[in-house]
Design a protein around this ligand. Structure first.
Ligand code: ADE
Ligand code: ZN
Length: 322
């Protein structure tokens, strides 16, 4: 109805989207065929049926398997172009896209093949788009440092670095040196924290890594002192409602804490995380949360304002979007 129309038409920024997580089963099969790759699933339907996750790790296993069909620069271009067209249809006006180079270099796909395909699609995009290179936290800091060095010839193609993959057991401190080096290089800094991990991981992402946004961060409510700090510092949280339900961070959307985050004055935003795996893109995430929680049009507009406020754009660029 009216609220859905408000959500759909309002300009918004997406700040938490893994491009490898936008790979739809149909495109996975098309790329497998194009590249002569054999998949462990016989059909699009059986692959989609495997998208029943019990936690973050059970998702990551299938997400890395899906990415194995990406071999050529054109594959990366096609994946990214499909996401950008879909985001534009949701009135996303600006997007900051994560990519996981180590998922590809570990399979023998050159760094430049991945970044050039993704970057070229961003250049051709109908909307504003920037890239954030993520380090896989289940791998070592040495491997992250090597990836950062390997990225330097492409320094002009991405605006920042992030930290993703298996959170628990891989605290932010593990990546202190690589984030320090990235900061010296003038890169913007973000990290996943407080998705499955405890509030202390959010604190160390801020204190040790010196990140400028927290990806997810929903477990912050377990620490009132941390909430007070996040509000005071106006630290953005890139919340992903459908992801949180599919990965069982919350049992059902009705128990998601998005409304509470907003009520406490936190700079929460709504994002899709891995839309091909979690059942929807940007507007699907808004609609799912707004159907199950006591949220109205003023919350929708607040979330959209928060998304531009938290974006890595100049003030003039932000004004042009709002
Ligand atoms: N990689 C892709 N999606 C992720 C998520 N939600 N958390 C951690 N790593 C990820
Ligand atoms: Zn994520």
């Amino acid at each position: 109805e009216q609220l859905r129309h408000t959500i759909e038409q309002m300009p918004k920024a997406e700040l938490h989207i893994h491009i490898e997580g936008s790979l739809e089963p149909e495109l996975i099969f098309a790329l497998a065929q194009r590249n002569g790759v054999t998949l462990a699933y016989p059909s699009v339907e059986t692959l989609r049926e495997a998208y029943a996750f019990s936690d973050l790790q059970s998702f990551l296993d299938i997400y890395y398997a899906g990415a194995s069909v990406l071999l050529t620069e054109q594959d990366f271009y096609d994946m990214t172009a499909a996401y950008l067209a879909r985001a534009a249809a949701d009135n996303v006006r600006h997007t900051e896209i994560f990519f996981d180079p180590q998922t590809h270099t570990a399979r023998g796909v050159p760094f430049e093949t991945a970044i050039n395909g993704i970057w070229r699609a961003c250049q051709d995009a109908p909307i504003s788009a920037a890239l954030i290179m993520c380090f896989l936290r289940h791998l070592s800091e040495e491997e992250a440092l090597a990836t950062l060095e390997e990225s330097l010839p492409h320094r002009d193609k991405f605006i920042g670095v992030g930290l993703d993959s298996s959170e628990v057991g891989h605290p932010p401190e593990k990546f202190a040196r690589v984030f320090e080096r990235a900061r010296q290089l003038g890169l913007r800094l973000v990290a996943h924290a407080g998705e499955e991990g405890p509030p202390s991981y959010i604190e160390s992402a801020l204190d040790v890594l010196k990140v400028e946004r927290i990806d997810h961060g929903v477990r912050c409510l377990e620490s009132p002192a941390l909430v007070e700090r996040l509000v005071r510092e106006r630290m953005a949280l890139t919340v992903c409602p459908l992801s949180n339900i599919k990965l069982r961070v919350f049992d059902v959307m009705g128990s998601h804490n998005l409304r509470t985050l907003l009520d406490k004055g936190l700079a929460a935003t709504v994002n899709s995380d891995d839309p091909a795996y979690f059942g929807g893109y940007m507007n699907d995430n808004f609609v799912a949360a707004f159907e199950s929680l006591p949220l109205d049009a003023s919350h929708a507009r607040q979330l959209a304002r928060n998304s531009f406020e938290a974006a890595f754009l100049d003030p003039e660029q932000k004004r042009a979007f709002l």
